[in-house]
Design a protein around this ligand. Structure first.
Ligand code: SF4
Length: 458
């Protein structure tokens, strides 16, 4: 356990302890599952693929299908081309997907396998059947994080599916949701459709990783963005890209390739980020925000006011995926809370820049760090204790050591339920998030109250 973590912070360059991130292919695999009838393929050894699948399965509590090139010593020395060719042959003959989305691993990246050339040759040799697709993304895990891998795979989708010079379809817009949960993707789709627009959301893991139980196994669940839709992304009038880390590169590539202008917005978690999401779409398309959404916004603001006295001044430490954490920090500061330490394991200077811009002038500036780990966060809060921890499951050891209330949020959540069913985006998502935060703090207040202050009405 972590009872012996010290508060003295020693600079570390070569060691990460409990990093606030995981490896690129996990994000690439998650993104690929957001294409309808797509089989993610891990070009590397079996161990990587097993780990990535099981990590996603543990978070979503759903079977995650993916294939592997199954490298052994031979492939590691001579290259993985024969393995990938044989894999594609078996995959199309046995599992019949519409798309195979190949991502690399540390090993195949180090060898330097040239995936586009291998796939091109496989197509020329008739290994890839007509009408089927093999797309790819380069995802070396010694750089970036699972968020980078997600972004790279979405960029790969643009690379293979977006066409140039398409005739624009009135009212059709691309939605790049970024690395969010399946219910978030479903919610974003309905938020845009309610505005009278036609959204092409990609990737879209709703109805893939949150499917209802029917008693029948389906290798390819009904959800995911259909290839026909992906092929029209160049015909959209506009792209709303959410998250600097997970959506900026794909959106810029889409603009370059398909001539579709884009707005880059923060992940719409909380009031202000959701306002900016609607504002961006309204300005670009002239569509109006629906009254039902304005009502939800009013309810969220009402709730923030009602519970303000439980939240004001509460110190909080946050960690996780940068796009989500940036919006979450803004939301918490809007509720009067005081972020003390905000970290992400994903590298990128924009993390600090964006948070500083958002939090400037609101309160004391917190410790903000990219490429960091939970050991560091623990040391920071040893010096400056907090009232609440918000982040993924890996924080439970710190919560236990410091006896601090803990709201699980982000990826992965391996020990609680609900994250893959309730959206966090939009005004309704804000209500859900606020409920978890307030209730966690009130549970602690009840637990710690002496008999004479143990109240029925809080
Ligand atoms: S870090 Fe590299 S070697 Fe390890 S599981 Fe990820 S891809 Fe495989």
């Amino acid at each position: 356990m972590l009872d012996h973590t010290t508060s003295e912070i020693t600079p570390r360059k070569a060691l990460r302890v409990n990093p606030a991130k995981t490896c690129q292919p996990i994000g690439a695999m998650y993104a690929a599952l957001g294409i309808n009838r797509c089989l993610p393929h891990s070009h590397g050894s079996q161990g990587c693929c097993s780990y990535h699948r099981s990590h996603l399965t543990r978070h979503y509590k759903e079977p995650v299908m993916a294939s592997t090139s199954s490298f052994t010593e031979g492939a590691s020395v001579f290259g993985g081309s024969p393995n990938l060719r044989q894999s594609l042959k078996t995959i199309f003959q046995t599992y019949d997907p519409d798309v195979v989305a190949v991502h690399t691993t540390c090993l195949s990246e180090t060898i330097g396998d040239d995936i586009p050339t291998i796939v091109k040759k496989a197509s020329e040799d008739g290994i890839v059947p007509r009408g089927k697709w093999v797309i790819h993304a380069s995802t070396p895990s010694y750089a970036g994080s699972h968020v980078t891998g997600f972004s790279n795979m979405v960029k790969g989708m643009v690379d293979y599916f977006t066409n140039k010079g398409e005739k624009k379809v009135k009212g059709q817009i691309n939605i790049l949701p970024g690395y969010v949960e399946p219910p978030d993707m479903r919610k974003l789709k309905s938020m845009v459709a309610e505005m009278g627009l036609t959204p092409v959301v990609f990737p879209d893991t709703s109805d893939v990783l949150d499917t209802p139980k029917t008693g029948h196994y389906e290798m390819y669940p009904p959800g995911g963005t259909k290839v026909e839709k992906l092929l029209t992304t160049g015909a959209s009038e506009y792209t709303m890209a959410m998250g600097h880390f997970s959506s900026k590169d794909p959106a810029a590539h889409l603009e370059l390739k398909g001539g579709v202008p884009f707005t880059l917005s923060d992940t719409p978690i909380g009031v202000q980020a959701t306002d900016r999401f609607y504002q961006g779409i309204m300005e670009a398309t002239g569509a109006e925000i629906p009254k039902a959404q304005l009502d939800d916004r009013g309810r969220l603001v009402d709730m923030m006011t009602d519970y303000q006295h439980y939240l004001y001044g509460k110190k909080v430490a946050l960690w996780g995926d940068p796009d989500q954490v940036i919006s979450l920090a803004e939301f918490m500061s809007d509720m009067g809370m005081q972020p003390v330490c905000i970290i992400t394991g994903t590298p990128g200077k924009i993390f600090e820049k964006r948070l500083k811009a958002i939090l400037e002038g609101k309160a004391l500036m917190p410790v903000i760090a990219q490429k960091q780990d939970l050991f560091y966060l623990h040391q920071v809060i040893k010096k400056q204790p907090v009232d609440l921890l918000v982040g993924n499951t890996y924080g439970k050891y710190i919560a236990r050591a410091e006896d601090t209330p803990f709201v699980r949020f982000g990826f992965p959540i391996l020990d609680r339920a609900g994250h893959s069913y309730f959206p966090s985006v939009g005004y309704k998502g804000g209500i859900h998030l606020l409920t978890s935060i307030v209730n966690t703090l009130l549970d602690r207040q009840d637990r710690d109250a002496p008999d004479e202050r143990f109240e029925l009405v809080l």
